[in-house]
Design a protein. Structure first.
Length: 110
């Protein structure tokens, strides 16, 4: 199955309560609980692709965070530093299309 190759995550709408978008460099935080917007964000996150990688966060610019909260309000943190993504305590090097998709999540939810 080629479509799942290098896929990083699989999040399901039925398990998600709401999403927070956070950018510290511009003092931006937004909570999203509209189910249509949450679905769109999850589709974008589920389409991200990358390769497992090593990363030293001391050498990067400030991260962007997407916090996904489940129905019990447990937080799943997704952090992007430049072209690297941290998910489930693992680092991934994103491809250029995935970087654009991640950034568009913030642009479309201002």
């Amino acid at each position: 199955m080629l479509s799942g190759r290098n896929k990083i995550m699989q999040l399901e709408l039925k398990n998600v309560s709401y999403i927070e978008l956070i950018r510290f460099d511009v003092n931006y935080m937004r909570s999203i609980n509209d189910s249509a917007k949450v679905r769109d964000i999850l589709v974008a996150l589920n389409s991200l692709k990358g390769e497992p990688a090593q990363f030293d966060s001391d050498e990067s610019t400030g991260p962007d965070f997407i916090n996904v909260y489940d129905k019990n309000f447990n937080k799943l943190e997704i952090a992007k530093f430049e072209s690297f993504l941290k998910y489930d305590n693992k680092w991934y090097k994103l491809d250029s299309g995935s970087i654009d998709k991640f950034n568009k999540i913030f642009e479309s939810n201002k």
